[in-house]
Design a protein around this ligand. Structure first.
Ligand code: CP3
Length: 352
């Protein structure tokens, strides 16, 4: 009997995807949170002629800034250019981007205001995002996957209630205390709207999905269990992942890691306030991690950027399941050459 012809070499998944799944890689993959931003001259040049929201909503331009950043840095993943607040507008809560960050002119704090919010069809109301994703995926090399993202229910809820960013989130916490039913109702509505929005990014071509819960670390562990976990689980249960690994990132999450580890996710984003090795021990063997260099290290000399990168890679000690990144978004005044030095240092690292 003739021997069966050898099966074609299985196509090897990009190292970023393998690392998200905890599989061995040739070297640690790297990308930078908010890699398309104002620190980059190519981004500033595009923004000279277009507002932030118009940039998000113009697929050719959003695709250009996504690709410009990934190419300029030589990173192992691209992230689609958009913002976590985009779906709020599609739900009926307009947003304004000013010099002091995003604001909602009409915050949602009552049952009446909550009743005016509505679900949306990502194929219609945020069609531009699917188109941006398709354009980027066509242009990216096969070893550089695209990350799709959304805000997690709690962080979107905090923006909705507060009307913008906040130091102490007093209004949000007050509403959670005074009207917990309304808080849960809003969180559920957000989970229900974000699940199809994120699923649509996977079907448009995103290869990994990232949930930003930036402000969840503002909460006590008790409130995290009571408010964040049920809404996040609701979203994750409804998410059509299309084979994508899912990552979850909260700032200041060191007090919450065991709780985060119980979510149905694959990767945990870590800020710089926690030791990577200790975090991995607390998260357990099944979860990959992403992080966790202090973004301000990029304001120091190149030699210290390189030393701090090596320090984190040495802490991880070659364990599979680590994606190198900053512990939070790259800051607007960061020197580009230090961002490049970071990427270079990760690529050159050899444990010895
Ligand atoms: O390259 C990329 O990483 C993709 C783009 C991206 C943006 N926002 C573009 C943006 C991503 C992944 C986000 C996520 C986002 N947006 C988060 C979660 C991540 C995090 O940083 O914690 C949050 C909390 C927001 C909300 C938001 N949008 C804030 C607080 C601000 C103002 C602060 C700032 O960085 O300017 C924005 C505006 C924003 N989103 C800009 C960019 C490039 C700056 C707008 C400009 O002036 O051009």
């Amino acid at each position: 009997m003739p021997k069966p012809s050898p099966s074609p070499t299985p196509s090897v998944e990009p190292r970023f995807i393998r690392a998200c799944r905890g599989e061995p890689v040739d070297r640690t993959p790297v990308w930078i949170l908010r890699q398309a931003g104002r620190y980059l001259p190519q981004y500033r040049a595009v923004r000279e002629n277009v507002s932030f929201l118009d940039l998000c909503k113009t697929p050719e331009l959003a695709a250009k800034v996504t690709l410009d950043a990934a190419t300029a840095l030589g990173v192992d993943a691209a992230i689609i250019f958009s913002d976590i607040l985009i779906p709020l507008e599609a739900m009926g809560a307009p947003i304004v981007y000013g010099d002091e960050g995003p604001k909602l002119p009409a915050p949602v704090r009552t049952r009446e205001a909550a009743a005016r919010l509505h679900g949306f069809d990502p194929a219609r109301e945020t069609r531009f995002l699917g188109e941006s994703i398709r354009l980027v995926c066509r242009a990216l090399p096969p070893d550089v996957p695209l990350i799709g993202f959304a805000g997690a229910p709690f962080t979107l809820f905090a923006y909705l209630v507060e009307g913008g960013g906040s130091k102490n989130y007093e209004t949000t916490k007050r509403l959670m205390l005074e009207a917990p039913d309304l808080a849960h109702h809003l969180l559920d509505r957000l989970a229900d709207a974000i699940a199809p929005y994120l699923s649509a990014q996977a079907s448009a071509g995103a290869r990994a999905l990232l949930l930003f819960d930036t402000w969840a670390g503002m909460l006590s562990p008790h409130d995290f269990d009571a408010f964040v976990v049920p809404a996040t689980e609701r979203l994750l249960a409804k998410l059509d992942r299309g084979g994508c690994p899912v990552a979850y990132f909260a700032l200041d999450s060191a007090g919450l890691l065991e709780r985060i580890a119980r979510l149905r996710i694959d990767v945990v984003g870590l800020d710089w306030r926690v030791d990577l090795g200790e975090a991995r021990t607390r998260l357990g063997p099944k979860l990959a991690v992403q992080g966790n260099l202090d973004p301000c290290v990029l304001f120091g000399p190149r030699s210290s950027v390189e030393a701090r990168v090596r320090e984190i890679l040495a802490i991880n000690a070659g364990r599979p399941g680590h994606v190198f990144n900053l512990g939070h978004g790259i800051l607007p005044h960061t020197p580009v050459e230090n961002a490049l030095a970071l990427v270079d240092a990760v690529k050159k690292y050899r444990s010895s």
